[in-house]
Design a protein around this ligand. Structure first.
Ligand code: AMP
Ligand code: TRP
Length: 346
């Protein structure tokens, strides 16, 4: 164990370090899986990786306390069932590492109101009732910047919806470095997978698949049964033409294009190859095969997830151990930053 701590303590700023977070604010869907979690799994061999279940972000909108605990364990179980190795990576829930909120305060003194006013996710989530949104929802991207900068992460695998928040994290890091005339923070780069960075709703190809969509038919959950998957794909919105025979043709048809992206990502087959396999054929035939390809991806993960969820003691231990490893790094960063900004600390 000591050796492990040393490995993480010793990393220097030139090492490649990944950080990413997933909110325990609802059930994990195939958009989260293809856009983010599969990337985590693929990169874990080449990067030092830190993954956080960001419960403090989740409470920026109301969460039922019991449901939040269940969702936190469920996200962890899905991480492990998808192939993230808790002995190679640091996996923890954000609230167990208080340094995230400590750094967030400092960075909120660096970030400018004008920068936060540009964040489209706040505008979308707060909607028309902006006056009544929580302050936390507004300053959410500052906490996200703290998550990343606390660990000197060089790379952040995320879906496209987080690109603007990541640019803000870079702006905050840059301003902090300039203000204190020192390269305290490195500027993180996003990692995005072109075809899966934005998986769309199954009910409306112009909206992203989301945990908060009121229609459960808009998303496939990583814990859905085979029958549920089959029904959701059957009901998925499409036009009534035959399948496209070129990439260009596919790209003009939002819903079909999205289903082709899902097929390609789950089946690990080039999109062009999928297009030529189904060119000019009936959509119903494609949907039947797509259902099978999705089930092949989701079923083993859902079986493992359900098994893991039976052992809360084990899951809580993984989170606890992950948090104590994370704190070794986080504490070092906070001490350094406190010193740089002129705080006398222990
Ligand atoms: P969240 O559910 O907001 O915590 O998102 C967790 C991760 O999944 C983030 O990296 C998101 O960018 C990514 N993500 C969420 N929805 C989608 C989507 N529809 N397509 C691709 N990636 C997504
Ligand atoms: N805001 C991200 C989302 O909603 C979750 C998140 C919080 C995150 N902190 C992060 C992602 C740090 C990447 C890095 O999906």
């Amino acid at each position: 164990m000591l050796e492990y701590y040393t490995k993480y303590l010793d990393y220097n700023m030139s090492d490649k370090v990944i950080f990413s977070g997933v909110q325990p604010s609802g059930e994990i869907h195939i958009g989260n899986y293809l856009g983010a979690i599969t990337q985590f799994v693929n990169y874990q061999a080449d990067y030092k990786s830190i993954f956080s279940i960001v419960d403090l972000h989740a409470i920026t909108v109301w969460q039922d306390p019991g449901a939040l605990k269940n969702s936190t364990r469920e996200v962890l179980a899905i991480f492990l069932a998808s192939g993230l190795d808790e002995s190679k990576n640091i996996i923890f829930n954000q609230s167990q590492v208080p340094e995230h909120t400590q750094l967030a305060w400092i960075l909120s003194c660096t970030a400018r109101v004008g920068w936060l006013n540009r964040m489209t996710q706040f505008k979308d989530k707060a909607g028309k009732n902006r006056e009544n949104a929580s302050i936390g929802l507004y300053t959410y991207p500052v906490l996200m910047a703290a998550d990343i900068l606390l660990y000197s992460a060089s790379h952040v695998p995320v879906g496209e919806d987080q690109k603007q928040h990541l640019e803000l994290a870079r702006d905050i890091a840059h301003k902090f470095n300039t203000d204190y005339n020192e390269n305290c923070f490195i500027l993180p780069e996003p990692l995005m997978n072109k075809s899966t960075t934005r998986i769309m709703s199954l009910r409306d190809g112009s909206n992203k698949m989301s945990k908060s969509d009121i229609s459960e038919y808009s998303r496939i959950l990583m814990t859905d049964s085979n029958d549920q998957i089959s029904l959701k794909i059957k009901k998925a919105k499409t036009d009534s033409l035959k399948m496209p025979d070129t990439l260009k043709g596919a790209e003009t048809r939002l819903e079909i294009n999205n289903l082709l992206n899902i097929y390609s990502a789950c089946g690990l087959i080039d999109k062009e190859e999928v297009i030529s396999k189904y060119a000019s054929r009936e959509i119903s035939l494609f949907k039947k095969d797509l259902t099978e390809v999705i089930i092949k991806t989701v079923e083993p993960i859902s079986i493992k997830t359900n098994l893991l969820l039976k052992d809360e003691t084990y899951l809580d231990k993984v989170l606890r151990e992950g948090a104590s490893k994370a704190r070794v790094i986080a504490d070092k960063t906070i001490r350094n930053i406190y010193d740089k900004i002129g705080m006398i600390s222990k």
